[in-house]
Ligand binder design. Structure first.
Ligand code: DAK
Length: 259
C-alpha cells in the first residue's frame, strides 16, 4: 500500500514495525486523509503476524501539532457527525498489539491525544505536550480531558486544558505522562529498542496483559481483578506459557511462537 501522509516501515527490528507521520510542512497536523491512512496502516500491522509491536513517530520538530485546524475550521456539527472521526480514533484504540509513541517536538491537541492513546511514550528532550484547544475556542475531543487526567491528575490536567500551557518533556516525565526522556538523536532508537524488548515476549500474553492494564481505566478494582484473573488463566492454555516456563527451567531463552 502506498501512503501519501505516512511512511510505514514493517519489521525495522525483529517484531517491530514503524509508522512515521509524514506531513512535515504542516507539522504533521492530523488531516482527515492522514487519519484515514493511519487507521489503515495500524489495522494492517495489527493483523500482521510478524509485527508484535508498533512504534508511531513523527519527526524531530513535530510528532503532530494537532488536528488540521484549517480543515476543521469551516465544519458544521453535522459535517463532524457525518465524518465520524471518533470511529477512526476508536479503531486505533482497539489495536491489540502494543503501541509505542516516539515523540519529539510538538505533541499538541490531537497529537498529544494520539500519543496518549499509545501504550507507552518515549520522548526527546525537545518534546512538548499540550492541549491548546481552549485557545481556539474549543476543548479536547479525542481523550484529552480523560486520558490526560487519568495520567497526570486533576491539577495538571486542568491547567493544561484550561490555559493551554505546554509541558516540557521533563515535566511530562515528572507527572507520569511519559515513560522516558532521551536526547533528541536517541528518541527513535530508544523507542524501537523498547519495541524490540516488548516484541520478544509472547504475543498472546502481550495482548491479554495490555487489555488488562487498559481495563483498569474503566472498571472497579473488584471487576478489574476478576478480568485480570481470567486473562491469566487463559494464558495457561497457550503453547507459549509452556515454552516460557520450560525455557526458564532449562536455563535458555524462550522461543515464543504466538500460539
Ligand atoms: N493544523 C493545521 N496547520 C497547522 C497546525 C494545525 N494544528 N499546526 C501547524 N500548522 C501549520 C501552520 O499553519 C504552518 O503552515 P503555513 O502557515 O506555513 O502554511 C506550519 O504548520 C508551521 O507552523 P508554524 O509556522 O505555526 O510553526 P511555529 O513553529 O511558529 O509554531 C506551533 C508551531 C505548533 C506552536 C503552532 O503551529 C501552533 O500553535 N499550531 C497549532 C497547535 C494547536 O492548536 N493544536 C490543536 C489543534 S485542535 C477529534 C479528534 C481530535 C481533535 C478534534 C476532533 N475528533 C475525533 C472529532 C483535535 C483537535 C486539535 O488538535
Amino acid at each position: 500500500m502506498n501512503y501519501t501522509y505516512l511512511i510505514v516501515e514493517p519489521h525495522v527490528l525483529p517484531g517491530v514495525s514503524l509508522v512515521r507521520l509524514n506531513r512535515p510542512k504542516e507539522l504533521n497536523a492530523l488531516c482527515l486523509e492522514l487519519m484515514d491512512e493511519l487507521v489503515l496502516a495500524i489495522k494492517s500491522l495489527d493483523q500482521d503476524e510478524a509485527t508484535r509491536c508498533i512504534v508511531i513517530t513523527g519527526n524531530e520538530k513535530a510528532f503532530a501539532a494537532g488536528a488540521d485546524i484549517k480543515q476543521m475550521s469551516t465544519k458544521s456539527p453535522i459535517d463532524m457527525l457525518k465524518i465520524d472521526q471518533f470511529t477512526k480514533w476508536d479503531q486505533i484504540r482497539k489495536t491489540r498489539k502494543p503501541l509505542i509513541a516516539a515523540v519529539s517536538g510538538f505533541a499538541l491537541g490531537g497529537g498529544c491525544e494520539l500519543a496518549m492513546l499509545c501504550d507507552m511514550i518515549i520522548a526527546s528532550e525537545s518534546a512538548q505536550f499540550g492541549q491548546p484547544e481552549i485557545k481556539l475556542g474549543v476543548m479536547p475531543g479525542a481523550g484529552g480531558t480523560q486520558r490526560l487526567t487519568r495520567a497526570v491528575g486533576k491539577a495538571v490536567a486542568m491547567e493544561m486544558v484550561l490555559t493551554g500551557r505546554f509541558l516540557s518533556a521533563r515535566e511530562a516525565l515528572s507527572v507520569g505522562l511519559i515513560n522516558r526522556v532521551v536526547p533528541v538523536e536517541l528518541y527513535l532508537q530508544e523507542a524501537l529498542q523498547m519495541g524490540a524488548k516488548v516484541a520478544s515476549q509472547a504475543p498472546l500474553a502481550l495482548q491479554l496483559a495490555k487489555e488488562a492494564v487498559l481495563k483498569a481505566f474503566d472498571t472497579s478494582l473488584e471487576e478489574g481483578l476478576l478480568f485480570e484473573r481470567k486473562n491469566f488463566y487463559l494464558l495457561f492454555a497457550t503453547d507459549d506459557q509452556k515454552e516460557g516456563m520450560n525455557a526458564f527451567t532449562e536455563k535458555r531463552s524462550p522461543n515464543f511462537k504466538g500460539n
